[in-house]
Design a protein around this ligand. Structure first.
Ligand code: IVH
Length: 690
């Protein structure tokens, strides 16, 4: 059947649909601010698709319909790169010296003397994906090719068209005849993880890592598969160019590409000299773990194209650029065993013992498996080959098992008894961790409790570290925190590698810790759910240790921010006979300042406020913090128990209710006045106690 001729109104409708769909796609994918419901987008899309089917001559390579993919290829066609796709040299030095060594080479090659000014560079990220060349002719994407061997790549146009962030048409009113853009296709980490979560739920194959995911997706023979992979792109350079006013610098090229609608990463800088490059390297290194995509280093390029040309090439690598890498964050190794460690609160943590692996800049021999559900989810077994990740300063973790073809060990089973003290290890409802119920009878918990007790923010006993605590407990010299205060130079002398001097220092540090604050002491006890700030609140509220030990759960709940869970943890702790014994012994060994409860300035104690509407200067949180600081409470709704309602602009039903109940209403100024009185009483107390 011959194709119907294209009527003018249909052509116009097609143009409108393409414009609309492009616009909404940009809002969705680039600006992350969609305005059109998905269903409406799909409706417009299908309308365009059916018009293009009806009038095949209307088809155009820059139509949004070209992004869906579909149709299988037997192989990719070869593409010859007129301007070869080069690779760059990797700097051998990994530290800051890598940057200065590169700068020194450049200065030497440019025959610059010490008096000459620093060389200007453009510093960029080294994205970890797949290199691609995009060819735009008269502003329209006509071909996309992989790097291949640098001279000949593969035609992956249909796959690349499915990547929404790659414009099918440049945003230029007078597009150049030819513009080849080079850059990296990658998969953002969040997209990678979301994809794998979906794949896992659907029982499909998981992607191994973001880089393989990007490379594998681009090289799919079926572009419908590529279309389902959430890929992105960053432009970093140029290939063949005709009819385009070429900027004189690399930074200028990137700006121009961004202006033409290509995605260009903002994390780049123009830097002068090697020191500035080293600073960029370390700044990016620190931020690496929090970037939304993976990088394996940074790239430095001499900024001026004229200087680039002067520097030329060595074999097939340009002299003007270098890749300065970071240590890899992921590696593959073998699980030698799975051990279970017991933490301070008795939580059992499965830990994989690994064949040593250099990853993230350190040698890793252990990696956490978090908890039993995680082990089961990842199905990690002894003897498995696993991917281990250490990003930034976080604890190394086992990411996943690399499927092998051999026989595997039995699935790991979490013990139901504590591996250290053999007490029952039970799992409470809603908790991920199994916990040993042995408490301080459990040696592991005892050691952890002692380390916590001595830690800097608790009793601050310098020198009482892991090695010493291990020995003290193993030799039976210390059982509870209170025993620390009976240590003498003589008793310490029996420890390994403990000279007279160290023993003396440790005893002195223990003595120094005898004078402390109630807050530190309460925190040091290591009560579950009682961190530093709760310890401070308890100290301020009760003023001394005995009232805390005796307080009922209800009394504890009158302390700001102490809810039923925390109150129960505190009560359970002090209900244990051995904990009370420890507290009694400690009370004899240490002194803390008692806080006269009356003198704690809490003029608004027992006063309940409700905040409503927008205050002129304070945010809700600021107003709440000020009230709570003065001892007041902020409730969510107005009732007969409310003392004050603080109302700002556009206060609604809460204000009405307050009026109907005859509750006192304050504006922001009124609240601040109330708080000022609180300040006055504070300074009055301070004077009295001087
Ligand atoms: S420039 C002539 N810049 O790293 C210079 N490459 O061997 C050509 N890469 O596979 C490359 N980020 O795909 C350049 N900001 C960046 C890059 C980058 C990643 C990749 C590139 C190639 C390898 C360099």
């Amino acid at each position: 059947m011959p194709a119907a001729p294209l009527p003018a109104d249909v052509a116009e409708r097609i143009a409108t649909l393409r414009r609309e769909l492009d616009h909404h796609s940009r809002l969705y994918y680039e600006l992350d601010a969609p305005v059109l419901p998905d269903a409406e987008y799909d409706r417009l899309f299908r309308e365009l698709q059916s018009l293009e089917d009806q009038y095949p001559e209307s088809r155009s390579p820059d139509s949004p319909t070209q992004r869906v993919g579909g149709g299988r290829l037997d192989e990719f066609e070869p593409v010859i790169h007129v301007v070869p796709m080069l690779s760059i040299r990797t700097e051998t030095e990994t530290g800051p010296a890598g940057a200065t060594a590169f700068d020194a080479r450049i200065r030497r090659d440019l025959a610059l003397g010490p008096e000459d000014p620093p060389v200007e560079y453009n510093a960029e990220l080294k994205y970890d994906g797949l290199a691609i060349s995009l060819r735009y002719e008269d502003g329209v994407l006509v071909r996309a090719a992989t790097r291949g061997d640098g001279q000949t790549g593969e035609d992956v146009t249909r796959n690349i068209r499915t990547i929404r962030r790659i414009p099918l048409r440049l945003k230029l009113s007078e597009p150049p005849a030819v513009l080849e853009v080079r850059g990296e296709v990658y998969m953002a980490l969040a997209e990678f993880e979301a994809f794998n979560r979906r794949a896992e739920a659907g029982g499909e194959k998981l992607l191994v890592n973001p880089r393989n995911a990007a490379a594998g997706s681009v090289r799919q023979l079926d572009s419908a598969i590529t279309a389902r992979r959430p890929l992105s792109f960053f432009a970093y350079g140029l290939g063949e160019v005709a009819g385009w006013p070429l900027p004189g610098t690399q930074s200028g090229i990137l700006d121009a590409l961004a202006a033409a609608g290509l995605p260009v990463c903002d994390e780049r800088t123009v830097a002068h000299g090697g020191e500035a490059l080293a600073a960029f390297h370390s700044r990016v290194g620190e931020r690496r773990a929090s970037l939304p995509f993976e990088i394996d280093g940074v790239v430095y390029k001499v900024n001026s194209l004229a200087l680039q040309a002067r520097l030329g090439f060595v074999t097939r690598e340009p002299r003007f650029a270098v890749a300065h890498k970071f240590p890899p964050e992921e590696g593959v190794t073998e699980v030698l065993g799975i051990e279970v460690q017991v933490g301070r609160t008795g939580a059992l943590t499965p830990v994989a013992r690994l064949r040593p692996l250099f990853v993230g800049g350190v040698t890793v021999t252990n990696a956490t498996l978090h908890n039993e559900d995680e082990v089961a989810r990842k199905d990690v077994r002894v003897g498995d080959t696993v991917v281990v990740r250490r990003a930034g300063d976080v604890i190394p973790e086992v990411v996943r098992v690399v499927p092998g073809d051999g026989l595997r060990a039995e699935p790991f089973r979490m013990p139901d008894r504590c591996p250290v003290c053999d007490s029952l290890a039970a799992r409470e409802e809603g908790e991920a961790a199994r916990r040993c119920v042995g408490g301080l009878f459990c040696e592991a918990q005892r050691k952890q409790a002692l380390l916590h007790f001595a830690s800097r923010r608790a009793m601050d006993i310098e020198g009482l570290g892991e090695k010493i605590v291990d020995q003290l407990v193993d030799q039976g010299l210390v059982r509870t925190p209170a025993d620390i205060y009976s240590l003498t130079r003589e008793s310490l002398a029996s420890l390994e590698r403990m000279g007279d001097r160290s023993a003396e220092n440790l005893v002195a540090a223990v003595d120094r810790s005898r004078r402390t604050t109630l807050q530190r002491l309460v925190f040091a006890l290591g009560i579950r759910n009682v961190g530093e700030s709760t310890a401070r609140d308890l100290a301020r509220h009760f003023g001394d240790l005995p009232p805390i030990v005796e307080a009922s759960q209800e009394a504890l709940m009158t302390v700001p921010d102490v809810g039923p869970v925390v109150a129960r943890s505190i009560r359970e702790f002090f209900d244990q006979e051995h904990n009370r014994e420890v507290v009694t012994a400690l009370s004899a060994a240490v002194q803390w300042e008692r806080i006269a409860v009356e003198s704690v300035p809490r003029p608004l104690a027992g006063v309940t406020f409700v905040l409503t509407g927008t205050l002129p200067t304070l945010t809700r949180d600021e107003a709440r913090a000020k009230i709570e600081q003065a001892g007041g409470k902020v409730a969510g709704s107005v009732s007969a128990k409310t003392h004050y309602v603080v109302a700002g602009a556009e206060a609604g039903s809460k204000l009405e209710k307050a009026q109907s109940l005859g509750i006192h209403i304050l504006d922001e100024a009124g609240l601040l006045e109330l708080l000022r009185q609180h300040d006055k009483s504070l300074s009055a107390i301070a004077k009295e106690t001087q």
